[in-house]
Write a protein that binds this ligand. Structure first.
Ligand code: ADP
Length: 450
C-alpha cells in the first residue's frame, strides 16, 4: 500500500501541470477577450494573435431563402461539388466527390482551377444542370484575407496544397478565369466561405439563434456575429458581420506560454509549424494523441507504467491516435479495449496500466475541452456585452470529428462554459454536411439581401 501511495503521488506530479484551475481558465478567457479586441481594432490588428478576419457575411438565414445553388467544398478531406435546393419544404442536396491528384495539388494554379472546372462541368452534366446559370458558393478552408463576399486573397496554402501562382491572388477570380478558359457559362461565383461560417449558416437555417460556428476536428477554429461598430477593420457601423476568428493561432504571441507543459513543447517542436497555432495544438485532433504519447513515454521512463519495462513502439510518432482517447475514455467495455490497444502497441498491460492510461487520456481531453470553453466564454460574453443584455441566449453550430465522437469532450465543454459564462444560455447544434449546405446558404442569403 505504501508503494501504491508513492506511485499515485508520482503520477499526480506528472499530470499536475495539465490540470487547470478555475483561475487559469478565467485568465485564458480574459486573454482571448483581449486578443479579440486587439484583432478587431485596425491599429492593433497586425500584432494580434487572433486575426479576426471579416467574412462579409452580414446575416444568418431566416428561412425565406429559396433557389438552386451550386457549392464547392475544397480544403477538407475530400473535394466535393454539390447542388443544394432550398425550397419551402426544406433543403435537399446531391453531391459528388472528386479526387484531386497530388500532381495537381502541387502543380500550377491554372491546372488546379482547370481541374476544378472539369469537375463542376462533369457534375452539372450528370445532374442535368447544364442549361441554367446557377449561383455558386465556394467553401475554401484555407486562410484568406477577404475583401468582399466574392473577393478573397489567399494568404497561404496548407494541408498538402502548394499550387503555384495562387498565394496573394483573389481565389474567386482564379475560379472565374478558369470558367472563362473553359467557356463555361453555367455558374456564377457569388461567395467564398470559410468552413466555420458554413457550419454556422447551415445550423442557422434550422435555428435562428445560431450566431456562432465552431470546428473541433483536425484543427480548431470559430466564427461569430459581431456588431459592425466593433469591427474597426471594415468601413461602416450598421448591423453585424460574421468574423472568422482564426482562433487556432491564439497564443502565438506567447500569451499562453505559461500553460505549455514539457509535453506540449515537444509536440509543438516536432510539427511542421513550430510556435504557430499554439491554442490549436492544445485542443484539436491532430495533436491530442501525440500529447498522450509524450506523457506515456515520461511515465515509462519514471517506471510508472508497464512495470518499468521499456516500450520502443511508443517512440514512433503518431502511433497513439486521437481516436484511442475516445475508446479509452468510454466507460464499460473500455478496460478490455484499452488492453487491445496496448497489445497493438506490443505492450503487456496490467489492469493498473489500463487505469493509469485512462487517467492520462482524461487529463488531456479535459484540458482541451476546458480551453475550448474558455475561448467560447470570451466570445459569448463579448456578444452579450455588445448587445447590452443581462442574459444572452445563443446557439453554437459545431462540426468536427473530435467534438462529435469523443465521449466526454462536448459534456466537459458545455459544463465549463456554463461555469465561466453563467449569464449566457448556450445551446450546441451539430452540423450535418455544413460546409456544402452553408456555402449555398451564404449565396442564398446574399441573394435575399440583394
Ligand atoms: P477535418 O477537421 O479535417 O474536417 P475531421 O472533422 O474528420 O476532419 O477531424 C479529423 C480528426 O478527428 C483527426 O485528427 C482524428 O485524429 C480525429 N478523430 C478521428 N476519429 C476520432 C474519434 N473516434 N475520436 C476522437 N477524435 C477522432
Amino acid at each position: 500500500a505504501l508503494r501504491l501511495a508513492a506511485q499515485s503521488r508520482a503520477v499526480d506530479e506528472v499530470l499536475a501541470p495539465l490540470r487547470l484551475s478555475r483561475a487559469d481558465l478565467e485568465k485564458v478567457q480574459a486573454l482571448m477577450r483581449q486578443e479579440m479586441d486587439r484583432g478587431l481594432c485596425k491599429e492593433t490588428n497586425p500584432t494580434a494573435s487572433v486575426r479576426m478576419l471579416p467574412t462579409y457575411v452580414t446575416h444568418t438565414p431566416d428561412g425565406t431563402e429559396r433557389g438552386d445553388f451550386l457549392a464547392l467544398d475544397l480544403g477538407g478531406t475530400n473535394f466535393r461539388v454539390l447542388v443544394v435546393r432550398v425550397t419551402e419544404e426544406g433543403i435537399t442536396m446531391a453531391s459528388e466527390i472528386y479526387v484531386i491528384p497530388a500532381t495537381i495539388m502541387q502543380g500550377t494554379g491554372e491546372a488546379l482551377f482547370d481541374h476544378i472546372l472539369d469537375c463542376i462541368i462533369d457534375f452539372q452534366m450528370k445532374q442535368n444542370l447544364v442549361t441554367q446559370m446557377l449561383p455558386l458558393g465556394f467553401t475554401f478552408s484555407f486562410p484568406c484575407q477577404q475583401v468582399g463576399l466574392d473577393k478573397a486573397l489567399l494568404l497561404t496554402w496548407t494541408k498538402g496544397f502548394s499550387a503555384s501562382g495562387c498565394v496573394g491572388k483573389d481565389v474567386v477570380q482564379l475560379l472565374r478565369d478558369a470558367a472563362k478558359r473553359k467557356q463555361h457559362l453555367g455558374m456564377q461565383v457569388v461567395a467564398l466561405v470559410n468552413d466555420t461560417v458554413g457550419t454556422m449558416m447551415a445550423c442557422g437555417y434550422d435555428d435562428p439563434k445560431c450566431e456562432i460556428g465552431l470546428i473541433v476536428g483536425t484543427g480548431t477554429n470559430a466564427c461569430y456575429m459581431e456588431e459592425m461598430k466593433n469591427v474597426g477593420t471594415v468601413e461602416g457601423d450598421q448591423g453585424r458581420m460574421c468574423i472568422n476568428m482564426e482562433w487556432g493561432a491564439f497564443g502565438d504571441n506567447g500569451c499562453l506560454d505559461h500553460l505549455f507543459t514539457q509535453f506540449d513543447k515537444v509536440v509543438d517542436e516536432t510539427t511542421i509549424n513550430p510556435g504557430k497555432q499554439r491554442f490549436e495544438k492544445l485542443i484539436s485532433g491532430m495533436y491530442l494523441g501525440e500529447i498522450v504519447r509524450q506523457i506515456l513515454m515520461a511515465m515509462v521512463e519514471k517506471q510508472l507504467l508497464f512495470k518499468g519495462r521499456p516500450c520502443p513502439k511508443l517512440q514512433t510518432r503518431n502511433i497513439f491516435q486521437t481516436k484511442f482517447l475516445s475508446t479509452i475514455e468510454l466507460n464499460g467495455l473500455a478496460l478490455r479495449q484499452i488492453r487491445a490497444i496496448l497489445n497493438e502497441l506490443e505492450l503487456d498491460a496490467s489492469f493498473e496500466d489500463s487505469v493509469l492510461m485512462r487517467e492520462v487520456c482524461q487529463a488531456v481531453s479535459l484540458r482541451a475541452a476546458q480551453l475550448c470553453a474558455a475561448g467560447l466564454a470570451a466570445v459569448v460574453e463579448k456578444m452579450r456585452e455588445s448587445r447590452g443584455l443581462d442574459q444572452l441566449s445563443v446557439t453554437v453550430g459545431v462540426d468536427g470529428t473530435l467534438y462529435k465522437l469523443h465521449p466526454c469532450f462536448s459534456d466537459n465543454l458545455q459544463k465549463t462554459l456554463k461555469d465561466l459564462a453563467p449569464k449566457c444560455n448556450v445551446t450546441f447544434l451539430l452540423s450535418e454536411d455544413g460546409s456544402g449546405k452553408g456555402a449555398a446558404l451564404v449565396a442564398a442569403v446574399a441573394d435575399r439581401a440583394a
